[in-house]
Design a protein around this ligand. Structure first.
Ligand code: HEM
Length: 445
């Protein structure tokens, strides 16, 4: 019966020495439901606690920076900015995204994506260290135990879901059915809720384990067979081939490698080190326009004929009426410069580029909004794409560094950087810095 079947008949001693069959069925050692199936000597409360504490901090930072990413869209301002409109109470924390410091989104989203990728080895090692717990029997000893196990399923499933959708999103081959935004957003809340429940239940024990290790100041000797309450330590382990610290070193090394080959995507000088990042390795060109590009003019369906001096006119609407301006007329308006980065939602960013153009607030004044400028709806020549239209809040319009840029780094914008004109706003996600601008409508959205 061994091998093929996963249960064996156990002859249990009865009082008075008799033996019986059936009662006290125990899974065979070849079944994952048997503690003896799990042979690695590395598993145990200490390893799981160390990985757990690292994830406690890391995932909390991921959740907060993720929520900030959504807030940076100013989703409450207009439906065009909101890809998760049915969020209901989950949007309780939203606020008007600031324009100071100008590198804010570059930092928060850079941290979100780079930390997410860096934590992958830690997450996988943690799941590996607790996998025997997923097979412990009985599945539920009590209602509380059943709820804890359900939260574990949401934790493991939610965690894998968030990391997988996140990585697929930044690697640009997003294959999930349904939009990334609501899936990743709702997945984040489910995962974090299960994570908080798990942390509340487990952190005291984890900290006790770490304190015990510090006291032992030696290779953490897991407790002897049979007495280990967490069910993590193998009752019948194979001989060790690496120490627990060695195993942690391997996990840390994996994280360091992923960090070293991802973080460079947030700096022009180190971009060549970002081997795995879609916008890593090198810049798309040289010279003033040689910095990173998300969508090219060709990809956005921009036809040169519609951006030419004779064809293109910027339409600006406001309470004072509508004006149509050629590029030459825009160049005759007061021009200003601002040093601002492009910070993409995928986590990569450029260093500050020198943009020059007309202040958005000056364009608002042209159509009757002197003094405090209102919100603005920006529309692009782009024919498709989730953000061919985007809304900017009054505080963003009012910022003197917020420009309708006509040139960058001393040269006219290239077609891929948004010629004839593009939006550039401090601290805003790249998707709200609309390229190939066709219309600006100032006023309540
Ligand atoms: C490898 C791991 C991860 C990667 C690469 C990743 C990547 C991303 C990216 C690229 C975005 C912005 C998408 C966009 O606006 O277009 C994002 C948003 C977000 N992420 Fe992650 N993420 C990861 C893990 C997580 C985890 C573990 C959580 C939760 C604990 C999380 C929570 C969020 C939230 C709440 C948003 C905002 C969603 C929205 O704008 O609708 N992410 N993430």
């Amino acid at each position: 019966m061994r091998g093929r079947q996963s249960f064996v008949m156990v002859r249990r001693p009865l009082p008075g020495g008799a033996r019986t069959y059936g009662r006290g069925m125990e899974p065979s050692r070849f079944s994952p439901f048997s503690p003896r199936f799990w042979r690695s000597p590395l598993r145990g409360p200490w390893l799981t606690s160390v990985l757990g504490v690292v994830l406690l901090v890391g995932i909390t930072v991921l959740f907060v920076t993720g929520l900030l990413s959504y807030a940076a869209y100013n989703p409450g301002l207009s439906p065009v900015n909101d890809k998760t409109p049915d969020k209901g109470v989950l949007g309780f924390y939203l606020f008007a995204w600031p324009t100071h410091p100008h590198w804010l989104y570059r930092l928060t989203q850079g941290v979100h994506v780079t930390l997410g990728i860096t934590l992958i080895p830690v997450l996988l090692a943690k799941l590996w260290s607790v996998v025997p717990r997923l097979f412990t029997l009985p599945p539920a000893r009590s209602l509380a135990h059943a709820l804890e196990r359900l939260s574990l399923l949401l934790l493991v499933g939610g965690g894998l879901f968030e990391f997988v959708t996140g990585v697929l999103n930044v690697q640009l081959d997003y294959v999930f059915p349904g939009s990334f935004y609501p899936l990743h957003f709702y997945g984040a809340w489910i995962f974090f809720a299960a994570f908080v429940a798990h942390a509340v239940l487990k952190t005291p024990a984890a900290l006790r384990n770490l304190r015990r290790m510090r006291e032992e100041r030696a290779e953490p000797a897991e407790v002897a067979e049979g007495a280990e309450p967490t069910g993590l330590t193998a009752p019948d382990p194979d001989p060790a081939t690496v120490s627990r610290r060695g195993a942690l070193g391997l996990v840390g090394g994996g994280s360091l490698l992923l960090f070293a080959t991802t973080a460079g995507q947030s700096s022009d000088a180190l971009r060549w080190t970002a081997l795995f990042a879609p916008h890593g390795r090198r810049d798309p060109g040289t010279g003033p326009g040689g910095f990173q590009i998300n969508k090219t003019a060709a990809y956005a369906g921009i036809r040169p004929a519609e951006t030419g001096e004779d064809a293109w006119r910027l339409v600006v609407r406001g309470r004072g009426g509508t004006v149509r301006l050629s590029r030459a007329e825009l160049l005759d308006l007061p021009l200003h410069s601002a040093a601002l980065p492009i910070a993409c939602v995928e986590g990569w960013s450029t260093s500050d580029q020198w943009w020059r153009g007309v202040r958005l607030r000056d364009l608002a004044a042209l159509v009757g909004h002197d003094g405090d400028p209102p919100d603005v709806l920006v529309e692009s020549l782009q024919r498709h794409g989730a953000f061919r239209r985007a809304a900017l809040r009054a505080n963003q319009v009012a910022d003197p560094r917020s420009l309708l840029a006509l040139s960058v780094n001393g040269e006219d914008l290239t077609p891929d950087h948004g010629h004839p004109a593009r939006i550039i706003v401090p601290a805003a996600p790249g998707v709200l810095n609309t390229k190939w601008v066709a219309e600006l409508t100032f006023g309540d959205l």
